[in-house]
Design a protein around this ligand. Sequence first.
Ligand SMILES: [Zn+2]
Ligand SMILES: [Zn+2]
Length: 143
Amino acid sequence: MSKHTISGHCLCGAVTVEATPSKPHVEACHCDMCRRWGGIAFLGLQCGPNVSFTGEEHIVRYKSSDWAERGFCGKCGSNLFYHFVPAGNYGLLAGLFDDMGDVTFSEEIFVDEKPDYYSFAGDRPRKTGEQVIAEAKEAGFEF
Ligand SMILES: [Zn+2]
Ligand SMILES: [Zn+2]
């Protein structure tokens, strides 16, 4: 499937975003930080470093760890992205987009931190935090 640009916006429309997903995949993160930030699991698309925003002055960037920042709209509070700083990659929230084209829900991570009161149906790879961190270290990132 060819890559294509998708566009989305926050709840109030002050921030718009255009990006090209690296893969037509939605991924979920169940970690404690994502759930505290968003109320439930993070559902997003990996879009690489080339993401363009309008309304940048409304974007608040919160440094949530030594390697990541999370962005939200300062006017309406909509969460926008997880930015993995060492690689420059943006994970954009799936909820920002009306039309993402043909996407599959491809992976769930930090399943060991997921509480029992919810779960997503269907079969897909489910990785623990330990597995995810090991893979990132193998790819050359330091934590
Ligand atoms: Zn907004
Ligand atoms: Zn997470």
